[in-house]
Design a binder for this molecule. Structure first.
Ligand code: ATP
Length: 352
């Protein structure tokens, strides 16, 4: 997987948009979007419902035309070289369509034929890659949802694309299905050298899987970069176990330089976002104020916490805080959904 430091200037960006814009009448669904994807990335394209993710992917696949801006794939402009560019690209953007009574293998044969002919050996290779070799001769209609998704990805891989676009690929999958997908994407990146560009609402999933992300809201880019870099922020999250927790909570709220999660956590502990440089000061302040601090566990904020801060949302009330080793710091079930209120940024927060 390429990282910022491993990338050489010759590699460039495998995908780049410059000022990419799409209007539908008066609505600006995608607004001057500049994103950059490096070769070998597993790139997470995140945003709440209606953020413009699908519209962007549809433009990247030339299913709809931009109303402004440029799309460069492998250094070539999509508008000027559509066939050449699209030959390097695979996609799964809606539920894949199959001949239900044909086997998985036969479906790939037929699809390969329509894609200009694909050697038999490649069909077998793809079946292995997507973990369907054992079930290759069963009719596609008996496949589970996860198997159908994997067969759809198999179709997209037949012609050895350099970049694979997936719109919400884990939607509707159960945890083992999601785990299987995760393994598949990692294999594609490491063994086949495919760059994976996937859209998702699932912050926890993206944090585990992707090395780089772009976060979109209301058509605009909020932030993009390597997950590791984004999360290495100036702030840490501290879980506190302290006596007289309600009093301690009130005292922390008055400090002005800490952001406690609203209310106590279910187990009576307190979650608080603190500038990294002031964690010792927080501990000292509480002890000097006469509180008994029996646990003080700082950890890196999760992508969810990062995102909430960027959108100016209240910190999530975390019922299952993770330990000091870090991790999601959340239940892992958080979704960016339409229920996420529109941006009402707190003073000093990112405004979108
Ligand atoms: P979701 O996660 O819900 O799929 P999204 O991030 O993919 O959301 P888009 O589907 O790209 O968002 O939609 C972005 C905005 O563009 C929405 O306000 C949507 O209603 C609007 N939009 C998308 N397609 C069209 C269209 N064909 N005509 C008019 N408006 C559209």
């Amino acid at each position: 997987m390429a990282t910022e430091t491993e990338r050489t200037p010759e590699d460039g960006w495998i995908l780049e948009t410059q000022g990419l814009t799409r209007r539908f009448g008066v609505l600006v669904a995608v607004d001057r979007l500049d994103i950059r994807v490096a070769r070998g990335d597993i790139f997470g394209f995140l945003g709440p419902n209606g953020a413009g993710k699908t519209t962007t992917i549809r433009m990247l696949l030339r299913l709809i035309r931009p109303t402004g801006g440029r799309i460069l794939v492998l250094g070539k402009e999509l508008e000027d070289h559509p066939l050449e560019v699209l030959a390097q690209v695979g996609a799964l953007i809606e539920s894949p369509a199959f001949y239900p009574y044909l086997s998985g293998r036969r479906n790939l044969d037929v699809f390969g034929h329509y894609s200009g002919g694909v050697p038999r050996a490649r069909v077998d290779e793809v079946l292995d890659l997507v973990g369907l070799r054992d079930r290759a001769d069963d009719p596609a209609r008996v496949y589970s949802h996860g198997m159908k998704q994997r067969l759809g990805i198999g179709q997209a891989l037949l012609t050895r694309p350099k970049i694979l676009f997936l719109d919400e690929p884990t939607n509707g999958l159960d945890p083992p299905g999601i785990e299987e997908m995760r393994r598949l994407f990692r294999r594609l990146a490491s063994e086949e050298g495919v760059t994976v560009f996937l859209s998702s609402h699932l912050l926890h999933e993206v944090e585990i899987l992707c090395n780089r992300v772009a976060i979109l809201n209301r058509g605009k880019l909020l932030v993009q970069g390597a997950v590791e870099t984004l999360l290495d922020t100036e702030k840490v999250r501290v879980i506190l176990d302290v006596d007289r927790s309600e009093e301690a909570f009130a005292a922390i709220s008055r400090l002005g330089w800490c952001q406690p999660s609203p209310g106590l956590l279910r187990d009576g502990r307190i979650g608080v976002i603190v500038p990294r440089a002031r964690t010792a000061e927080l501990n000292r302040t509480l002890v000097q104020a006469g509180f008994d601090v029996s646990e003080f566990a700082p950890h890196r904020p999760s992508l969810e916490e990062f995102f909430r801060e960027r959108l100016g949302l209240e910190p999530h009330v975390d019922e299952t805080p993770s330990g000091p080793a870090g991790g999601s710091g959340s239940s892992g079930r958080f979704r960016l959904s339409a229920k996420v209120p529109g941006p009402a940024p707190a003073p000093g927060k990112a405004r979108v």
